[in-house]
Design a protein around this ligand. Structure first.
Ligand SMILES: [Zn+2]
Length: 128
């Protein structure tokens, strides 16, 4: 990145020098050719290097956070689908007012214990 940045700064200096400002100090549009141009570019980069380093570090942190977010989103999707599959096994019988599946095993309440576990508060949080 720094080499590309050096070339970009050199091109900008040459453009400003020759076209916009009209001073024609002799800046060239490539780094590594003219000591005066190179000196200005190096001074600029030395001044902004701490910020460039921080940006690079932030970019690494951001990539890691995105990976964690993607993993967490995939896990939420997987668990939601699993819960939906379990929930579909426990349909509410509107006529009888209880769970069709659990009523076969003596649980004639609604919501049944399974649906309560899927929809209710996290009991481990209450214990803590
Ligand atoms: Zn049930």
């Amino acid at each position: 990145m720094t080499d590309d940045l050096r070339q970009s700064i050199a091109a900008a200096l040459a453009r400003e020098d020759a076209h916009n400002c009209g001073y024609d100090h002799g800046f060239v549009d490539k780094y590594g050719i003219d000591p005066e141009t190179d000196g200005i570019i190096d001074a600029v980069l030395n001044a902004v290097q701490p910020e460039l380093d921080e940006l690079q570090e932030n970019a690494c942190v951001l990539r890691a956070l995105r990976r964690h977010r993607d993993t967490a989103e995939a896990e939420v999707k997987r668990l939601t689908e699993r819960a939906d599959r379990v929930r579909s096994l426990h349909p509410y019988n509107e006529d009888a007012g209880y769970c069709d599946l659990c009523s076969n095993h003596g649980d004639i309440t609604w919501p049944c214990a399974t649906v309560k576990a899927l929809d209710g508060p996290d009991e481990t949080a209450e214990e803590a």
